[in-house]
Design a protein around this ligand. Structure first.
Ligand SMILES: Nc1ncnc2c1ncn2[C@@H]1O[C@H](COP(=O)(O)OP(=O)(O)OP(=O)(O)O)[C@@H](O)[C@H]1O
Ligand SMILES: [Mg+2]
Length: 462
């Protein structure tokens, strides 16, 4: 049954609404705005019936608060006839509809049904749009490539459990997003999610950061401090850049993971902690183990479920989806900038090797959005290295970075030289062939192979 929140300061109205609606709806009646907001925090609500005039914070205050929230439920305003002006104000604040008091119960039911149906439709449209865009239930993760789909499946499977997950991948591949998605999809989603960046904290402070300390545990420990493990009790701890941990801290961490208890510095009292551990690194931990820089036993403790994020150049079909999503997002935030990417720009993005992965793409688009003056982002709006990579001068770079093989590079260079010769001879094939030092017949053959039309100017345009 749809869940309806009834907000009215008059107990009589609340009770009669509850009685009238209870056969079709699951009704929660509350008497003021604070209770209404608390109820929203507690439970998802499908619609709100809202009285406008209440002592203390009014219905309008509630609507204003609601606009701050993501995916607010639709609101049906109950207004006394003398406050029609306020009802208009309420509509401006996003109320879905209003009924005037005293209300006809049938009219109210119909309106309620109507806004619920509309909401269901909107959600369905949103879901389909997400599906088309390759987005999933996985938070902000975008990408429809087969490798990413397989990552999504692992995330969904592992979210339910308490298994430790080790997320690896090059810098900027989305390790933090994956960790967050695992937490958000799991049974601990409403508990705390605590992030520790192991690279950002000096070795000497790391232990106290993770496990806390008692007052006087070391010089400067003037107060007792609760560590991140304790803070995450009941929830999830994300150990980002775990490969950077110094040896002594690795030993302590191993003990915490094995015993599920921790000790604050300066204390011998074990404290049980119930935390789900997620870890990430862009290092090759196996190699770190072989080199003696990372404890093998700790490695096996965290390497229970591995998730490896592919570099962006290994899933070029996601480049367009990601780029378009970033354009949309930046426009949503700033309300300005180009609305789309020109086909040439997309091609250039798809060809580039992305050493900085999704983060680099995100930055490139954000930059292009501020630089781009036209309706579309053009190649010229992209960072130099991408423009360069899209031209033949850097064919050897493309080969070196592994996104073109020798044969592909030679073919592309050949195509480009032929187009250039044709452009310079105004599509005169005899002269173009001469220029290239081949016969006209061979030129024709190669033009066919490269899909270069005989007379169309466009074919030379690249
Ligand atoms: N699949 C994705 N969909 C949408 N955004 C992504 C995706 N992957 C990464 N991003 C974005 O790229 C940026 C970098 O991602 P993130 O911080 O998760 O990378 P990381 O793997 O932790 O990198 P590092 O090793 O450098 O810390 C973030 O702004 C993130 O939102
Ligand atoms: Mg990171």
């Amino acid at each position: 049954m749809p869940h309806i929140l009834v907000v009215d300061d008059e107990p009589g109205v609340r009770e009669s609404l509850r009685m009238l609606l209870k056969s079709d709806f699951d009704v929660t009646p509350v008497g003021d705005v604070d209770a209404a907001l608390a109820a929203l925090d507690e439970h998802p609500v499908d619609a709100v019936l809202l009285d406008l005039v209440m002592p203390g914070r009014t219905g309008l205050d509630f609507l204003r608060e609601l606009t701050e929230r993501s995916e607010p439920p639709p609101v049906l305003v109950l207004s006394a006839t003398r406050t029609v002006a306020t009802a208009v104000e309420a509509m401006k604040l996003g109320a879905a509809d209003f009924v005037t008091k005293p209300f006809e119960i049938d009219a109210l039911r119909i309106k309620l049904r109507h806004i619920l149906e509309r909401r269901a439709l909107e959600q369905e449209v949103e879901r389909l749009r997400d599906q088309v865009a390759g987005r999933s239930r996985l938070g902000r993760l975008i990408g429809g490539s087969e490798v990413m789909r397989s990552v999504y499946r692992t995330i969904e499977r592992v979210a339910e459990s308490r298994s430790t997950v080790l997320i690896t991948g090059e810098s900027g591949t989305g390790k933090e997003l994956v960790a967050r998605a695992i937490h958000d999809l799991g049974p601990r989603r409403d508990e705390r999610y605590v992030v520790v960046n192991c690279a950002a904290i000096p070795d000497t402070l790391m232990e106290s950061e993770l496990f806390g300390h008692e007052r006087g545990a070391f010089t400067g420990a003037t107060d007792r401090r609760v560590g991140k493990f304790e803070a995450a009790h009941g929830g999830t701890i994300f150990l980002d850049e775990i490969g950077e941990l110094a040896a002594p801290v690795q030993a302590k961490l191993l003990r915490a993971l094995q015993d599920r208890t921790i000790e604050r510095l300066g204390s011998t009292q074990p404290i049980p902690v119930d935390v789900r551990v997620l870890a990430a690194t862009n290092r090759d931990l196996e190699r770190e183990v072989a080199a003696g820089r990372f404890r093998a036993d700790l490695y096996y403790r965290v390497h229970v479920v591995p998730i490896t994020l592919p570099p962006l150049r290994a899933r070029r079909e996601d480049v367009k989806l990601l780029a378009e999503a970033f354009v949309e997002r930046t426009r949503g935030e700033s309300g300005r900038g180009p609305q789309r990417l020109a086909p040439d720009a997309i091609a250039a993005l798809e060809r580039y090797a992305w050493p900085g992965n999704v983060r680099e793409l995100e930055n490139a688009i954000e930059r292009a959005m501020t630089l781009g003056a036209g309706e579309a982002i053009e190649v010229g709006d992209l960072p130099d290295e991408i423009q360069l990579a899209s031209r033949s001068e850097s064919l050897h770079d493309a080969v070196r970075s592994g996104h073109l093989d020798l044969e592909g590079a030679v073919a592309r260079l050949e195509g480009e030289l032929i187009r250039e010769a044709l452009a310079r001879t105004e599509a005169n094939q005899t002269r173009a062939a001469e220029m290239l030092g081949i016969t006209r017949r061979l030129l024709k053959l190669k033009m066919d192979r490269h899909g270069i039309a005989a007379t169309s100017d466009e074919a030379y345009g690249e």
